[in-house]
Design a protein around this ligand. Sequence first.
Ligand code: ADP
Ligand code: MG
Length: 292
Amino acid sequence: GTPTALMVGSGIGAEKGILIRNGEAVQTFKDVKAIAFDKTGTITKGKPEVTDMITANGVDEKEILYYAGSIEKGSEHPLAHAIIERAKNQSISLGEVKDFNGIVGMGVVGVIDGEKILIGNRKLMVENNVSYETYEDQLVGLEEEAKTAMMVAKGNKLLGIIAVADPLKEDSIEAIKELENMGIKTAMITGDNKRTAAAIGKRVGISHVIAEVLPDGKVDEVVKLQGQYDIVAMVGDGINDAPALKQSNVGIAIGTGTDIAIEAADVTLVRGELSGIVSAIKLSKATFRKIK
Ligand code: ADP
Ligand code: MG
């Protein structure tokens, strides 16, 4: 009965925008006990926008955007796009960057007009002896609003803070609620800071929030969840989600994400909607109930 079940499963799946690359996934879906989600581009739209800027005394917003925007030209990160957009909107012409360096899990650095410019999180500032203690309360405030706050520094002087918000996809809350109602545990794995991640996790109703994970660490987090829940699906869109997608029992890629994630996955959500996962599980359960 299995080949028929797979054909039925794949046919209906395609209608719902679920593309199945590995037929076994149709069968595994019904046994999934926990699902791990990447944050940016998976639970959220992956289109962050600048919402707040805080400037240090005597520093102009345009100066911060000039330095930050110039450096971020070298980055592919969604955070970089948000900053460049903001700089463009203010008609700031960006400068030449030398010695660009992206530092995983921390931010980006480079030299502009002979000055060392840094943009990133607390870890990056600590590593470069930039003190930000007087801004700690403001950082925390932004993070509790589910925003990602980045600091911009010139040498070891803090110029200011740029905060971005990435809206949730329209169906994320509903999809996660349905999964939890089906008895499936949900987890979010992200490189973002703990406070922002917790705020987003709370808004979307995720039960486990695993934050400040380096890209290489996502696989280990899936392994840990497998130790706890046995059969675990992983959903992601990024290059650095690919190993975790492979490690999981059902790898689910976001169709609007990177080709590398799609190739690593068993299933693709063509339109990127998380409700596709709910449909896939229902479909798997229904298909294998009928055929038996
Ligand atoms: P995620 O994909 O979940 O955002 P990353 O590991 O890519 O995780 O990033 C972790 C953190 O490092 C970000 O939340 C941000 O604070 C900082 N960061 C990474 N890339 C950049 C960048 N291009 N500009 C500024 N900050 C960055
Ligand atoms: Mg992502």
